[in-house]
Design a binder for this molecule. Structure first.
Ligand code: ATP
Length: 352
């Protein structure tokens, strides 16, 4: 399998007048993987992608593709395929015309274009639809045409900017899986920009979490979810319970006056924030555990069919959320006095 497409960004900065869109990014991405740039609107994801594609010039820093410095290369010589949020399909060309566009511009012979377009139509499950007009396609089919067009020239790098954001939730999920399978089949280095954490977790080998023009954390999806490195990451990737406590220096933390042990121990002293995922927190209906628990009263319960959730007022500001499978759930009434247990291995210190 092809392992081209290793990318390295060095000290990348982009300023637009007084806005710093990207504020100094160093990043090394391995070839053959799917990487997502994940973060809230305006954090600089698209600007990063556009600098990699050559559509935006960095104010500072360099972009390397397979160890070649491509910072000064024009976009069309970079060997990069891109799918834009708007898809930017050519409305005057049919499906085959769109997919074969790059090959035609490159002067590829007609028969070769026809067979390559057929191959690509198969690849994205649009067999026999080459003659269709773009206006006759569904949103999902248009997305597939844009993907096939971007892959036609067998690029070293495949970039997608929020490619599924215009689609409804079910189709989105289906295409996330399709795109991921396609990427695995081709082994092409792919970067996808998204603000949807489920999308990033569904598709990626690596998630790059961005905030305000900077990288907050890079890691495999589950690692970023289970071991968030900052309160921002903990809150952005899924929901979390943030507990503020006082670390004593002996490895334990006092939260609302109660003793807690935390994953890996607390090696600092002073105020710390601890993140505990709702599915890791447990309701205790009979009695108060000595460590790693807070007393509280049940404010609200809801059964979402696939998930049961309980909101508990533990007197620490935000309600604590406890989530679990409805099959394992011990029924509790609104207003009941309970305890919430936070297992030590799931208590992750996210700031000191
Ligand atoms: P979104 O998910 O909303 O697209 P993003 O994370 O992709 O957001 P960018 O589009 O990279 O964010 O924008 C980062 C910041 O740079 C924003 O404050 C944006 O307004 C600003 N910005 C982006 N492009 C330009 C431009 N051409 N001129 C001026 N400011 C810009």
């Amino acid at each position: 399998m092809d392992v081209r497409g290793g990318l390295r960004l060095e000290g990348l900065v982009k300023r637009f007048d007084d806005v710093t869109a990207v504020a100094g990014v160093d990043l090394e991405l391995p070839p053959g993987k799917l990487i997502s740039f994940l973060g809230p609107s305006g954090c600089g994801k698209t600007t990063m992608l556009r600098m990699i594609a050559g559509l935006e010039r960095p104010t500072e820093g360099r972009v390397f593709l397979d160890e070649e410095d491509i910072t000064d290369r024009p976009a069309y010589t970079r060997d990069i395929g891109m799918v834009f949020q708007s898809l930017a399909l050519f409305p005057h060309l049919n499906v085959a015309g769109n997919i074969g566009y790059g090959l035609r511009i490159r002067g590829t012979e007609k028969d070769r274009i026809t067979s390559r377009v057929r191959e690509l139509l198969d690849l994205v499950s649009l067999e026999g639809m080459g003659d269709r007009r773009i206006q006759q396609l569904s949103g999902g089919q248009r997305q597939r045409v844009a993907t096939a067009r971007a892959l036609a020239l067998e690029p070293r790098l495949f970039l997608l900017d929020e490619p599924l954001s215009a689609l409804d939730a079910n189709l989105r999920e289906q295409l996330q899986v399709e795109l991921r399978l396609l990427q695995q089949q081709l082994g092409i280095t792919t970067i996808i920009v998204t603000h949807d954490q489920r999308e990033a977790m569904t598709m990626s080998d690596l998630v790059v979490v961005m905030n305000a023009g900077r990288i907050e954390q890079v890691g495999p999806p589950l690692e970023v979810y289970r071991r968030p490195g900052s309160p921002f990451v903990a809150g952005f990737i899924g929901r979390t319970n943030l507990l503020v406590g006082e670390a004593s220096g002996d490895g334990s933390v006092a939260v609302a006056g109660r003793p807690f042990d935390v994953a890996g121990g607390a090696n600092a002293t002073g105020e710390v924030s601890i993140s505990v995922r709702p599915e890791a927190a447990q309701l205790v209906a009979d009695g108060m555990p000595e460590r790693n628990a807070l007393p509280g009263s049940v404010v609200f319960v809801r059964d979402l069919g696939e998930l049961f959730e309980c909101f508990v007022d533990c007197g620490i500001g935000e309600h604590v959320i406890v989530a679990g499978s409805p099959r394992d759930w011990v029924p509790v009434e609104q207003g009941a006095a309970v305890a919430v247990r936070f297992p030590a291995e799931d208590c992750v210190v996210v700031s000191t």
